[in-house]
Design a protein. Structure first.
Length: 168
C-alpha cells in the first residue's frame, strides 16, 4: 500500500512538472508574440507621431547652419530660363575663382509635381537661416538657388527640393 501511494505521489509530481513545463513553454511563446505585437504597435505609433516624408522629400531635415545647408546642396548657383517645368542653374565660377558648384557652366534642372520649393533667408555671415514654403513661380532669373536632387544620365538634374536663397 505504501508503495502504491509512493507511485501515485511520484506520478502526481511528474504530472505537475509536465503541466508546469507546458504552461511555461506556452506562456513564453505567448509573451514573445505579445512582445512582438507590442513592438509592432510601438513602431506604428512612432511612425504616426513622426511621419516619414516620402517621394524625394526625405532631405527635409534641418541643417547645422546656413553654410551646412549650402554645402549639402547637390547643385547651387543663379537661376535662369525659369519655367513651370524647370530652369537652368548657372554654376559659373565666382570672381575669386571658386565655383558655386560643379566645374562651372550651366546645368538644366527639371521639376516634378513632388518637387518641394522653399525660400531660405540666410544671415549674411552664414551663421543662421530660416526656411518657409514657397512656390516654383517665385523663382526668377538671377535668384540664387540650391538644388537637392539626382543627376540624370544626360547630365541634367531632377529636383526633389529647390531652395531660393535670400541674404539678410
Amino acid at each position: 500500500m505504501k508503495r502504491q501511494l509512493m507511485k501515485r505521489g511520484m506520478m502526481g509530481i511528474y504530472a505537475a512538472i509536465c503541466a508546469g513545463m507546458l504552461l511555461v513553454t506556452g506562456c513564453a511563446g505567448t509573451e514573445t508574440n505579445t512582445k512582438t505585437e507590442t513592438e509592432r504597435f510601438d513602431a506604428t505609433e512612432r511612425q504616426e507621431s513622426n511621419p516619414v516624408i516620402t517621394a524625394g522629400k526625405e532631405e527635409m531635415d534641418t541643417f547645422a547652419d546656413a553654410n551646412d545647408m549650402m554645402k549639402s546642396a547637390d547643385l547651387s548657383g543663379t537661376a535662369g530660363e525659369c519655367s513651370d517645368t524647370g530652369c537652368v542653374i548657372n554654376t559659373s565660377p565666382f570672381a575669386d575663382g571658386t565655383s558655386s558648384s560643379g566645374d562651372g557652366g550651366s546645368m538644366t534642372v527639371t521639376y516634378t509635381e513632388d518637387t518641394v520649393f522653399q525660400k531660405g533667408t540666410v544671415k549674411s555671415d552664414g551663421s543662421s537661416y530660416s526656411l518657409e514654403d514657397s512656390e516654383k513661380d517665385r523663382i526668377g532669373d538671377s535668384d540664387f538657388v540650391l538644388c537637392f536632387g539626382k543627376q540624370q544620365a544626360d547630365g541634367s538634374y531632377l529636383a526633389d527640393r529647390i531652395i531660393m536663397i535670400v541674404f539678410n
